[in-house]
Ligand binder design. Structure first.
Ligand code: NAP
Length: 266
């Protein structure tokens, strides 16, 4: 009897556990690809959005979408390859809106090249944007999360962190690093009710995905061993971001969540 009462309360409360009303989410890479869809899904769930990319004009469409969902949207520019620019944008967000509840480290770069041909400059740029910037943003934003005893950090990693992909050495190193960083965030901050998780998507048809995979027949062998038989849509990644941003995932911490149509299951 008691158990059934508890269950029905839990079910009644279901929709609120997937809502983000009153929460503030900072999303990097908000100008194109996955970022705008992540912003839209979070805004639709009730979050106000801090949208970050290099050019303010590129962020206007995302803020229009947030406005459509009656959410506030702050457009902030930063070059995430520059450490001081990363720190500055995090401090701007805190100064404007106070504690950020959800940090989505989504911005990423890849310059597909063999291990022999990759330049040191490209290697360093990939590590700076994909790995150092998520750490720097979290380093700036975590103290306020700790103070309010609540926070979500979602790092967009890659299937490539688990499955070797030729011409992606620097990229794979950055995403493996990001997975490791995610676990240490959990180890250090879980006690403060902060959850940090990595999402590892398969190919997603964004400007980055199309640039890397649309040459000739490159996609064919990949799809041949893909259980789902297709690549992912941005919405399929954004929905997982939503889950990890909400109370529904409060006991999920330090995980690498592969959103890969079963690719790494084989
Ligand atoms: P995308 O279409 O190339 O978009 C990249 C985003 O990152 C843009 O908003 C871009 O903003 C931002 N960005 C890049 N360099 C930046 C810098 N130096 N400073 C600030 N912002 C910068 O990429 P995507 O496909 O949406 O990828 C999003 C995330 O998913 C990345 O972390 C990527 O590694 C990961 N991922 C993608 C795939 C895929 O197949 N697409 C698969 C697995 C994982 P600007 O307007 O400033 O250029």
């Amino acid at each position: 009897m008691r158990l059934s009462i508890l269950r029905s309360v839990a079910v009644t409360d279901l929709s609120s556990r997937f809502r983000l009303d009153g929460r503030k989410a900072l999303v990097t890479g908000a100008s194109r690809g996955l970022g705008p869809i992540i912003c839209e899904v979070l805004a639709a769930a009730g979050a106000d959005i801090v949208a970050v990319a290099r050019n303010e004009a590129d962020l206007q469409p995302v803020c229009k979408i947030a406005a459509h969902h009656e959410r506030k949207c702050l457009q902030l520019t930063a070059d995430l390859a520059q450490a001081e620019s990363v720190t500055h944008v995090a401090r701007q967000a805190l100064a404007e809106w106070g504690a950020i509840d959800v940090l989505v480290n989504n911005a990423g770069v890849s310059f597909p090249r063999s291990l022999i041909d990759q330049s040191v400059e490209e290697w360093d740029l990939i590590q700076a944007v994909n790995l150092r910037a998520p750490w720097l943003l979290a380093r700036e934003l975590a103290p306020a999360m700790i103070a309010q005893k609540r926070g979500k950090i979602i790092n967009i990693s890659s299937q490539t962190s688990s499955v070797a992909l030729i011409d992606h050495g620097a990229y794979a190193a950055s995403k493996n690093g990001l997975n490791g960083l995610t676990k240490v965030m959990t180890a250090e901050w879980a006690i403060h009710n902060i959850q940090a998780n990595a999402i590892c998507p398969t190919i997603v048809w964004t400007p980055m995905g199309a640039r890397v995979w649309s040459e000739g027949d490159k996609l064919k062998p990949f799809l041949a061993r893909m259980p789902a038989g297709r690549v992912a849509t941005p919405e399929e990644i954004a929905d997982v971001v939503l889950f990890l941003a909400t109370q529904a995932s409060d006991m999920v911490n330090g995980q690498e969540l592969f959103v890969d149509g079963g690719y790494t299951a084989l």
